[in-house]
Design a binder for this molecule. Sequence first.
Ligand code: TMP
Length: 220
Amino acid sequence: MSTTTRRGLFLTFEGLDGSGKTTQMRLLAARLREAGETVIETVEPGGTSIGGAIRRILLDPANDHLSSTAEMLLYFAARAQNVDEILTPAIARGEIVISDRWTDSTRAYQGYGRNLGVDVVRDLDRIACRGRKPDITFLIDIDLETGLQRARHRNIETSATDESRMDEQSRAFYERVLEGYQALAAEEPHRVLRINGRGTIEEAAERVWAAYKEFRDRHV
Ligand code: TMP
């Protein structure tokens, strides 16, 4: 029997490129479905057909002259579409929505990484998401070196050229992104749950599940 909460639940996964968050998100979604929940998976940027078109602009290496402000607005444009088309209706139906990245990514990558600051990210979030915030954010923690290595390896293996614009960023950029995530976790420890992403996929998945259960037990 479904145990889907009537008010819906919005979960997000965050972390550096190569943190393993996408794998962890899929495993959590599968486990929740096994438990009888209705789960919608989405991704940022992307998730809708309009979001997918925006993703192609954002990650195209030919667009290396995209300005930082235009980049940030495009991320939020994709997100606003996601809110209207996927998130809000699913939450209204009492379902669980899990997103691979959300505004915390913009905060870490554009706010910190591109030095645009957190205030502008907060203001744009208010416009695009209209107060909709994740109930829980799983921040998959890995060290920078491991993340960069895994991301590079994945791109070589899949020749995922659409992801190469971000992967060409400098190391200093990713250090600022990491700093942004660390600041976020310190500021919002009740929402942002840090998950140790080291070890096997299964070990990390158990940590995600334990953190989820603990959250649910606190909110029954
Ligand atoms: P992904 O590989 O997790 O799908 O993310 C694609 C890239 O987009 C990744 O390098 C992070 C970046 N990104 C931002 O810079 N800002 C954002 O708001 C989002 C959602 C992603």
